[in-house]
Design a protein around this ligand. Structure first.
Ligand code: FEO
Ligand code: CA
Ligand code: CA
Length: 603
C-alpha cells in the first residue's frame, strides 16, 4: 500500500528514546541538521549504530550474488526491466479466469459474477505450494486493494458495484506448471477465490467474544486488504489484513477511542464507497456495531483443502497486519513476527505454548495457543518482548479478558510501553536467526531515537534483531541493517523498503513501495548480502506501481513477484502488461523471474 495519509492513530506517550537522544546527541543538533546530517549525528554519537551492518565498500561474498546489476541509467521507463543475467515472464494479471479454459475471460469493467471467478486486483504477498517439486504448484496470492475508479471506472453507484469491488479483493489460488522453462497457468481442482463475502471462521481466545458479534446476527464473512503473508511448516498460508479502516464509513460517524485507535474516523468515510450500499460497512448502523472488529487479523488458509473455510487466528492479535514471517523456535514452538503498518506503530511476535507438532497431533492449531508480545527497542542495542496478557495488572485495569486485549492489541501495546516505529512493513526470518523488518518511512517523526534514527525519515530503513533462546526468548539484540537514504545517488539507490525475504544462503531480497524512488527509478527489487550489506538491483517495475510479494519454487530457480497498481490504473502512465497481453487497461500481474542459465535466483 502506498505511503499513508491521515492522522496518526497512536497518540500514546510511548517515546522511550527521548532521553536516549539527549544522552548521545543534543536535540538541537539533530533538528538543526538535514536528513543526512541527522543520521550522521546519531550514528556517530550512538554506540548502537556502530553495529550497523554495512561496512563502507564491503563487497558481497564471492558466488553469493555475482549477477550484473540493473543500472540506474535507463530507469524510470514504462515497462519493467530486469538484470541482464535474468529473464522474466508475466502471469495471471487481474481479471484472468482462475481456471483458464472454462472461466469468464477478462472484460473491462468486470461484473460481480465474473470477478469472483477471476484473479483479483492489487497482487501482494504470496507463496508457492508445490504439487510436483519445483515444476508444478499452487500460487496463493493476496489482493490488497484496487480502487473502484480503477476496477469500474467510477465510484460505486449501487450494491452491485460494491460487490465487484469486494470480489476483486481477497485471495486467489491458481495452479501453475513449468513447461520447459516457461510457466503456464492451468485449470485446477484447487483453483479458488476467497473474497469479502466468503464464509470464514474465527478461532483462538477471542473467537467467542461478544466483541465479534453483531445485533444483526450476520455470520462471519470475508477477508480484506490482504497485504503481506506467511506460511506454516504444516503447509498452510497466512494472509494478513492491513488497512481495514479504508472500507468502513458512515455519514455522521463519531468514533470512540478504541475505534479511533484503529483509524476508523469520519475522515475515511469509506474510501472505497462500500458503506453507502452495504450496511456491514456502515459504522453508524446499529445492527453491525462490531463488524469492524472482525477485520485486522491473521487468517489461515489451507490451499490443499478447497472446501475448508479460512480461519481468523485471534491469538495473533488485531492490528493493521502487514505480514507474519514464521520461524520454528526452540522445542519446535512456532513463532510469528508481525509488523503493524502505520507511523508510530509496533512490531509484534506470537510464540506458541508448545511444539507445533504436539499441538497438531492433539488436533489443536499451534496458532490458537500461545503468547503475543510487542517489541521495545532499548538504546543500548538490546530489546525486550513485552507480553500482552490480561495477567498484567496494567492491562487488567482496562480490559475485561484476553479476548479484549487481543481485539485491541494496539492499545494493550501502548500500555505496556512498546516502541513506536517508522511504519513496520514486512518481516523476514533468516536461517542464521536474524529477523529483519522494513521500516518504510515516516515523514511525521520529529524525535529521532536509536531504532528510528532519522527525523523525519523520508526513505526508510531496515532493522534486524536476534532473539534469545532460539526465537522464543523475551530478550533480543538489534542493529540497523540499512538506511535507505544513505544510498541515493549511487547504483544502490533505493527508497521505502517494504517487501522482504531472506533466503537460506544469506541473501535479503528487498522490494520498494515509494512514490519517490530516488534517481528517477520506478519501484524495484534489490538483493543484499546480509553479511557485507552490499546491495544489487535485480528488477525495476513500471511508473505508479509498487513491487511486492515474493514466492519461490523449492529449488529457488524461479521467483514470483508482483507488480501492484501499475500506473495507479492510468493508461497514460503505463500500459503494463499490454506488451505481454495486448489489453489496454494497466493490470496488476505476477512476474516469474529466472536466471538465463537456470541458476538460483539472486545469484
Ligand atoms: Fe500493504 Fe503496508 O503495505
Ligand atoms: Ca508500503
Ligand atoms: Ca507493503
Amino acid at each position: 500500500m502506498r505511503n499513508q495519509l491521515g492522522d496518526r492513530s497512536n497518540k500514546s506517550a510511548n517515546r522511550p528514546f527521548s532521553d536516549v537522544l539527549s544522552r548521545y546527541c543534543s536535540r538541537r543538533d539533530v533538528l538543526r541538521g538535514g536528513l543526512q546530517s541527522a543520521a550522521a549525528v546519531f550514528f556517530v554519537s550512538s554506540p548502537v549504530l556502530s553495529l550497523a551492518a554495512r561496512k563502507p565498500g564491503a563487497k558481497a561474498r564471492p558466488g553469493l550474488m555475482d549477477f550484473t546489476p540493473l543500472p540506474v541509467a535507463g530507469g524510470g521507463g514504462k515497462t519493467p526491466r530486469i538484470a541482464p543475467d535474468y529473464r522474466m515472464q508475466v502471469l495471471i494479471p487481474w481479471g484472468e479466469p482462475i481456471n483458464p479454459s472454462s472461466g469468464p475471460a477478462f472484460a473491462w469493467p468486470p461484473n460481480a459474477a465474473d470477478q469472483e471467478k477471476q484473479v483479483g486486483i492489487g497482487h501482494d504477498g504470496m507463496w508457492f505450494f508445490p504439487l510436483e517439486g519445483s515444476e508444478r504448484g499452487l500460487l496463493v496470492l493476496n489482493h490488497e486493494y484496487g480502487t473502484s475508479r480503477h476496477i469500474l471506472g467510477r465510484d460505486p453507484q449501487s450494491l452491485d458495484d460494491v460487490r465487484v469491488s469486494q470480489h476483486a479483493h481477497g485471495i486467489t489460488i491458481v495452479e501453475v506448471v513449468n513447461g520447459d522453462g516457461r510457466w503456464q497457468h492451468v485449470d485446477s481442482r484447487y483453483a479458488r477465490r476467497i473474497h469479502v463475502n466468503t464464509p470464514v471462521e474465527f478461532s483462538g481466545p477471542a473467537a467467542d467474544s461478544p466483541l465479534l458479534t453483531n445485533p444483526a446476527g450476520n455470520p462471519f464473512a470475508g477477508t480484506l486488504n490482504n497485504c503481506s503473508n506467511g506460511h506454516t511448516p504444516w503447509g498452510t498460508y497466512l494472509t494478513c489484513e492491513e488497512n481495514i479502516h479504508f472500507y468502513f464509513g458512515g455519514t455522521g460517524f463519531t468514533p470512540n477511542a478504541r475505534q479511533e485507535r484503529y483509524g476508523l474516523s469520519a475522515r475515511w468515510t469509506s474510501f472505497h464507497g462500500w458503506s453507502r450500499f452495504d450496511p456491514r460497512f456502515d459504522l453508524t448502523n446499529p445492527g453491525y456495531v462490531n463488524e469492524s472488529n472482525r477485520f485486522g487479523w491473521v487468517v489461515e488458509i489451507d490451499p490443499m483443502a478447497p472446501s475448508a473455510p479460512p480461519v481468523k487466528r485471534t491469538a495473533l492479535g488485531r492490528f493493521r497486519h502487514e505480514g507474519c514471517a514464521i520461524a520454528v523456535g526452540r522445542d519446535d514452538r512456532i513463532v510469528g513476527y508481525m509488523g503493524d503498518d502505520e507511523q508510530f506503530e509496533y512490531i509484534y511476535k506470537f510464540v506458541s505454548d508448545r511444539s507445533w507438532k504436539a499441538l497438531r497431533d492433539e488436533g489443536s492449531s499451534p496458532l490458537d495457543h500461545g503468547r503475543l508480545y510487542a517489541a521495545k527497542f532499548n538504546d543500548d542495542g538490546t530489546g525486550e518482548w513485552l507480553e500482552l496478557t490480561i495477567d498484567d495488572p496494567r492491562l487488567a485495569a482496562e480490559f475485561a479478558d484476553q479476548a479484549e486485549v487481543l481485539t485491541f492489541a494496539r492499545r494493550a501495546a501502548d500500555i505496556v510501553g512498546a516502541t513506536p516505529m517508522d511504519r513496520p512493513e514486512w518481516t523476514a526470518v533468516s536461517p542464521d536467526g536474524h529477523v529483519y523488518c522494513s521500516l518504510t518511512n515516516n515523514a511525521r517523526r520529529n524525535d529521532a531515537d536509536a531504532a528510528n534514527p532519522l527525523a523525519p525519515n523520508p526513505h526508510g530503513h531496515i532493522i534486524r534483531w536476534r532473539d534469545d533462546d532460539h526465537h522464543v526468548g523475551t530478550r533480543f539484540e538489534w542493529e540497523i541493517f540499512l538506511i535507505a537514504a544513505e544510498t541515493h545517488g549511487t547504483e544502490e539507490s533505493l527508497s521505502s523498503p517494504d517487501g522482504l525475504w531472506a533466503d537460506p544462503d544469506g541473501r535479503l531480497f528487498i522490494q520498494t513501495d515509494g512514490s519517490g524512488q530516488a534517481d528517477g527509478l520506478n519501484d524495484q527489487m534489490l538483493v543484499a548480502d546480509t553479511e557485507s550489506g552490499e546491495v544489487k538491483r535485480l528488477f525495476e517495475g513500471v511508473p505508479g506501481c509498487e513491487v511486492t510479494g515474493i514466492a519461490v519454487t523449492p529449488d529457488r530457480r524461479t521467483m514470483f513477484i508482483n507488480v501492484q497498481h501499475p500506473g495507479n490504473g492510468d493508461p497514460a502512465e503505463t500500459s503494463f502488461p499490454l506488451e505481454f497481453d495486448g489489453k489496454t487497461i494497466p493490470r496488476d500481474a505476477t512476474i516469474a523471474i529466472m536466471r538465463k542459465d537456470g541458476g538460483i535466483v539472486g545469484s
